[in-house]
Design a protein around this ligand. Structure first.
Ligand code: SF4
Length: 375
């Protein structure tokens, strides 16, 4: 779908609100000129009333708080040291398990338009920590390509990071409309990652996302444009037949892309704060994700029991290696040290702690950049 086709979907926004202080930013002006409707001027986005029924508000605001946020991680679990930029908050994919379901009372989709502040903050941070390689992404509270036809943010960030040695930038998505970045000079400093699941779970929990095969076709196009690729199996769900179904997705990855262009693959079994569990049950009665047995961990989140998680990770890891080879860099998202130890026992390296995991990422990045002539 090209950018003009996407203009039809502007109608989805019933009201547009702009913070007084956000009006003058180029990104605000760029977005506003695409809409015919008059924008409501407000002093603070928290004033915006919750929309009625299926109506949707678009809010242009100034980012407050940390611009480059370390991924919060979770108590007693190994963190990977990832950093997130929340330039857009909100998404149209409506995955049943998404943390955005927590914000059911949010007044609308927010675009933080003070992009210049973000870029200069990142620039300063990278200069102050020259020996560190930041892993940075825009896909925590949105899909990295959501509203890209309005904002052009994917292109802006790819071009910004192309000239910076101290970072790798990740566009994380379940979408296939990635044309805006395909012809850019990225210098190997951007990785485009797709969240993947079994076909069964993609159908029931990610019904509004592109089907898995289409995501992989898009990944192949990204590879042809020289991008690094990433895949995130998260959440991995336990149900009857999960092993065969996930194996099918894993096999498909390597039918579509070259394992040498895969920079990382993450694995994370389904976990959820208890209240989100209840929200999912209420909002998505057909969801199959909350039917398995989960138990609270040290951080209060519900998870499968440890032996089951270990079994699921081991199975996925061996399947990935079977089809993609031993050289794949696979990591666990927000897992405990003992789980890491059991999963990688005899088949790979397990980090001692969060700092050690960061070191493993550095080593992997430097090695792959060097092989690709990008160091
Ligand atoms: S694509 Fe990501 S941000 Fe969007 S609804 Fe799904 S999990 Fe949430």
């Amino acid at each position: 779908m090209d950018n003009l086709d996407n203009l039809d979907s502007l109608e989805r926004f019933h009201n547009i609100y702009v913070e007084e202080e956000a009006r003058g930013y180029p990104l605000a002006m760029r977005v506003l000129e695409k809409f015919e409707a008059e924008a409501h001027i407000i002093s603070d986005f928290r004033e915006v009333p919750k929309p009625d029924g299926n109506e949707k508000n678009l809010i242009l605001a100034r980012h407050r708080g940390d611009i480059l946020k370390r991924c919060p991680g979770t108590k007693a679990h190994i963190r990977c040291g990832y950093h997130v930029i929340n330039q857009v908050v909100g998404c149209d994919v409506n995955c049943t398990y998404c943390i955005l379901n927590y914000y059911v009372n949010a007044p609308g989709i927010v675009i933080n338009v003070n992009l210049e502040d973000t870029l200069s903050h990142i620039d300063r941070t990278l200069k102050e920590h020259r020996k560190y390689i930041y892993r940075v992404g825009t896909g925590e509270l949105t899909d990295s390509f959501y509203l890209d036809y309005l904002t052009g943010l994917a292109k802006t960030f790819v071009e910004f990071f192309a000239d910076r040695d101290g970072a790798i930038f990740e566009l994380k998505t379940k979408k296939v409309e990635i044309d805006s970045v395909l012809d850019l000079k990225h210098n190997g400093r951007t990785i485009i990652s797709w969240s993947l699941n079994s076909g069964e779970m993609a159908g029931s929990e990610e019904a509004e996302a592109a089907p898995v095969a289409e995501r992989l076709l898009a990944a192949r196009r990204a590879q042809e444009s020289g991008y690094w690729l990433g895949f995130h199996f998260d959440p991995i769900v336990h149900y009857n037949g999960w092993e065969e179904d996930y194996e099918e997705t894993v096999r498909a990855i390597f039918d579509f892309v070259d394992p040498k262009k895969i920079l990382w693959i993450s694995l994370g079994t389904f976990r959820s704060p208890p209240s989100l569990f209840e929200i999912i049950k209420g909002r998505y009665p057909k969801s199959k994700i909350v039917t398995g047995e989960s138990f609270p961990g040290d951080d209060g989140k519900l998870r499968y029991l440890k032996p089951l998680r270990v079994e699921m990770y081991k199975k996925l890891l061996s399947t990935l290696k079977k089809y993609g080879g031993d050289d794949l860099f696979v990591y666990l998202c927000m897992e405990r040290k003992d789980v890491w130890g059991k999963v990688f026992d005899g088949v790979g390296e397990a980090p001692k702690n969060s700092v050690d995991l960061d070191r493993m990422f550095h080593k992997n990045l430097k090695r792959r950049w060097k092989i690709d002539g990008q160091s």
